[in-house]
Design a protein around this ligand. Structure first.
Ligand SMILES: *[C@@H]1O[C@H](CO)[C@@H](O)[C@H](O)[C@H]1NC(C)=O
Ligand SMILES: *[C@@H]1O[C@H](CO)[C@@H](O)[C@H](O)[C@H]1NC(C)=O
Ligand SMILES: *[C@@H]1O[C@H](CO)[C@@H](O)[C@H](O)[C@H]1NC(C)=O
Length: 369
């Protein structure tokens, strides 16, 4: 009886305490963001250097070049971008240095490759339907002058190629390979891009703070200086709204956090990132969002490739309607650091892939709307 009374009193005390706590109000709050993206780091066959990446159109196969052992990886990805199976093929010999990869427009489904050490350009059918089927070479073009093809791009009948090892830019017709122009450049041309307005070609020279312009009408070249105040080491270079856009990698000790474009009149327009991690980013590569016309979004890759203190990051940058001002930056740091992040591509509205040069991994980055 006495025990029961004690229990009753304890229970009453507890209820009293609970109703006192319930005085704290709880109410829903508005949220500025939904869930952000998710990252999968997919292991590829081990190689000292994993480089370029493309997705074969109308297939679920992504191709990756591994330069150090001249291997082409065929990776099948599922609907979430996860690699579910891989096959790998020696292209040439182990020392041929498979490097550049670009989708052909003239031959849909086929891919142009460069063999940097063999001085060859190849058109390949990757045969994506059967993962274990070896790619087939459809055309082989010997680089007629200069050496070390890295980037390759197809523009109608012409291929534009950066000759990294002899510091030159090559235009060569793939329908008549005796029809070519060889343009000496500064060390070392990496990417080549066509200007959307003046239609001339430009190439980033990563060991010089300059971008070469090739006037296709006169076949004359000139050098466009990157102002030292903006930074140095132009690497990533692509055609975009209003001009040819580039990223500045910076030095072995300092990132620049700077991108920019060259307008139709060859004036350089730089943009400095201002977010905490963006302002010192070592920016290596870039790709415009496939809906950039409407959402004004540019994706950047920051890399530890030459600066071991730099973070490997994917940075979403949004501009104002006229591409005159950055209005927001959103940084995603890759789970594995010191990976020397190398290339980024977009394959669907919310699906991206990026290569990690040093860790033999393919990053699948999926954003949520
Ligand atoms: C191929 O290009 C060379 C050099 O421009 C030219 O002399 C030749 O006539 C071209 N051949 C054909 C079949 O068009
Ligand atoms: C980072 O960038 C800011 C802004 O450009 C600069 O003031 C600062 O010195 C940089 N920090 C480092 C560690 O490089
Ligand atoms: C870009 O625009 C498309 C369509 O307007 C949208 O689906 C996509 O999520 C946008 N991407 C970003 C990063 O805002």
């Amino acid at each position: 009886m006495r025990t029961n009374l004690v229990s009753f009193i304890s229970l009453a005390t507890l209820l009293l305490a609970q109703s006192a706590l319930a005085a704290v109000s709880i109410a829903p709050m508005p949220t500025a963001h939904g869930a952000t993206g998710h990252i999968i780091e997919n292991a590829l066959p081990t190689a000292a250097q994993t480089h370029e990446v493309v997705k074969v159109p109308n297939s679920d196969v992504v191709l990756v070049s591994q330069l150090s052992n001249s291997v082409l990886v065929k990776a099948r990805v599922d609907k979430d971008g996860q690699v579910v199976a891989v096959s790998a093929f020696q292209i040439g010999s182990a020392s041929s240095q498979l490097h550049g990869l670009t989708l052909s427009k003239r031959f849909p489904g086929k891919v142009w490759l460069t063999l940097q050490a063999d001085n060859l350009l190849l058109l390949v059918d990757p045969r994506p339907l059967l993962l274990n089927l070896a790619p087939r070479v459809d055309q082989e073009i010997k680089v007629p002058e200069g050496k070390g093809p890295h980037y390759i791009g197809e523009y109608g009948d012409d291929l534009w190629v950066s000759l990294q090892d002899s510091s030159a830019v090559l235009r060569i017709s793939h329908v008549n390979t005796t029809n070519y122009d060889h343009y000496p450049a500064l060390p070392r041309p990496i990417f080549v891009a066509q200007h959307p307005i003046n239609k001339n070609f430009y190439s980033s020279q990563d060991n010089s703070a300059k971008i070469i312009k090739i006037d296709t009408a006169t076949k004359k070249t000139s050098q466009i200086e990157i102002p030292a105040s903006a930074g140095a080491t132009p690497v990533g270079l692509i055609s975009g709204p209003k001009g040819v856009w580039f990223t500045l990698l910076g030095s072995t000790t300092e990132g620049t956090g700077t991108i920019g474009f060259i307008g139709a009149n060859d004036v350089v327009v730089p943009f400095k990132l201002t977010s905490q991690l963006g302002q010192n980013a070592s920016l290596l590569h870039l790709t415009f969002d496939m809906n950039a016309d409407s959402n004004k979004t540019l994706w950047l890759l920051s890399s530890s490739i030459i600066n071991s203190k730099a973070l490997d990051m994917i940075i979403k940058v949004t501009f104002d309607a006229e591409w005159t001002r950055i209005v927001s930056e959103e940084v995603t740091v890759m789970p594995t650091q010191q990976n020397k992040a190398h290339r980024i591509i977009q394959t669907a509205a919310n699906q991206f892939f990026a290569t990690q040069l040093a860790t033999s991994k393919l990053v699948s980055f999926r954003t949520t709307n």
